[in-house]
Design a protein around this ligand. Sequence first.
Ligand code: PGA
Length: 238
Amino acid sequence: MKKTIICNQKMYLSYNDAKNLRDKLLEEDFSNVNLIICPGYLNMHLYKDFILGAQDCFYKKEGAFTGEVSAYHLSLIGVKYSLVGHAEKRRRDTEEEINLKLQAVIENGMTPILCVGESALEKEKGLTKDVLKHQIFSALDGISLNVNNEFIIAYEPVWAIGKDVNPSRKELDEVALYIKEVMKPSKIKDLKVLYGGSVNENNIKTIISDNIDGYLLGRASTKIDELKTIIKCTKCVK
Ligand code: PGA
């Protein structure tokens, strides 16, 4: 199966930087992966020839919500995916808001990329699985999923995002299988479990695995050569 590669451009790129990167991406053939680009809102239209994802969304359809961008409005411009519960948003979003965002994404016909992950302290205390299970259950609370729709969970340990450390392949395999086990009762046919957190051209070979369905890239997704190396490496796996 093709790996899914999500490029979370965060707030790294100005309009011109995003345009330059877009032009370079258009020259490449990335047909060996499912490539999803999550640009900043201002740069979204630059990537209209790619599969688009949002870095976040707001759950209300429309109204007096200064500074927010609704899942509904994103869906109207052709955005197909949205991150929900990214660690950098979880600092401010409550679990209830994450649940409402997930619901809004689904209701508007988009695929959620639910981000989950434990902190360094939680890992140290051996709580990784408990934290993941809690985050998944609370995000899905009261939501009925269509078994035929794609659903993505990105395991992004907080201690690995924006740093230079990753879990080992063994740890990743264990977590990916655990998440799949937790999601089993949902009977989702197209469940993908991705990994994100400091993936780069140097470590991709050490964390690639048949149990991981793809990677969520931050910094590395903004550098064309690094992105190419990572994508090329995903070919080495069945
Ligand atoms: P990073 O970000 O690759 O820069 O660590 C990953 C993420 O936050 O999704």
